[in-house]
Design a protein. Structure first.
Length: 249
């Protein structure tokens, strides 16, 4: 597929202050790959971009990967993030509350309200249910992890499960809200957000893996990786994500 037609997206952490770093990382990936779109796609965003007819690669959520996308994409791998608790391309969601309490105390409340970014989110909903041992009494769907943090910080919700990378980034991007919250628990250890290629580019996966690994080790991407909290890239396959299906009944 011509480079000017193919689409690449790394927009699962789409925060405006981080877009230059994401663009810079992609430029280094493309340098090592030797081909591909010259710029990332920022207009067509998730989940629409996952189904783009000219998709080369995208970053997605683990839950849609194993429930809806497994026939459409091939897993390339995942970034290894430099955030607390992350190990070899895996991490745990961070459960946060407005009160300095425990998850057991919150679970005992019949009126607890959970802020959930989306019910198809691995970190925000599936991990919450797994840690909770069921479904919280009331959920409020917020549309994003940042809005879930704000909901708990302003008292509209009691608890939320936040992607570990987002939580680390919010300490810089949303310090006022983060300062009001307490970590009350953790979700299960899961692979980080997968970078996937469209099935049409399954044959390019080895080259893509090599390009990502080389890029995150390239001094030209060091500032971008530091801003994005990326310290490495781990090749992974669909089989590494399939166990996620067992996290909820």
């Amino acid at each position: 597929m011509p480079a000017e037609v193919a689409v690449a997206s790394l927009a699962m952490y789409p925060f405006t202050p981080l877009r230059p770093a994401t663009d810079q990382l992609w430029s280094v990936v493309r340098k090592h790959l030797g081909w591909g779109p010259t710029t990332l796609e920022w207009v067509v965003v998730t989940p629409e971009v996952w189904h783009h007819p000219h998709l080369l690669l995208a970053q997605t959520c683990g839950w849609p990967l194993v429930t809806a996308l497994s026939e459409e994409v091939t897993v390339v791998g995942a970034f290894d993030y430099d955030v607390p608790g992350a190990v070899d391309g895996t991490y745990c969601s961070v459960l946060v509350g407005a009160q300095d309490t425990t998850l057991d105390v919150l679970r005992a409340r019949a009126d607890v309200v959970a802020a959930v970014n989306s019910t198809d989110s691995l970190s925000g909903w599936v991990s919450l249910q797994h840690a909770w041992g069921g479904r919280p009494a009331v959920i409020v769907e917020t549309g994003s992890h940042l809005e879930s943090v704000r909901a708990v910080a302003t008292g509209r919700a009691d608890v939320a499960s936040i992607d570990a990378v987002s939580w680390a980034l919010f300490a810089e991007l949303e310090p006022e809200s983060v300062s009001l919250l307490h970590v009350v628990g953790a979700g299960p250890r899961v692979p980080c957000l997968p970078v996937v290629a469209s099935s049409a580019h399954a044959g390019d996966v080895p080259a893509l893996r090599a390009a990502f690994a080389a890029a995150v080790a390239d001094p030209a991407a060091s500032e971008a990786c530091a801003a994005l909290r990326i310290r490495g890239f781990v090749p992974m396959d669909l089989a590494d994500y399939l166990p996620l299906r067992s996290l909820v009944p």
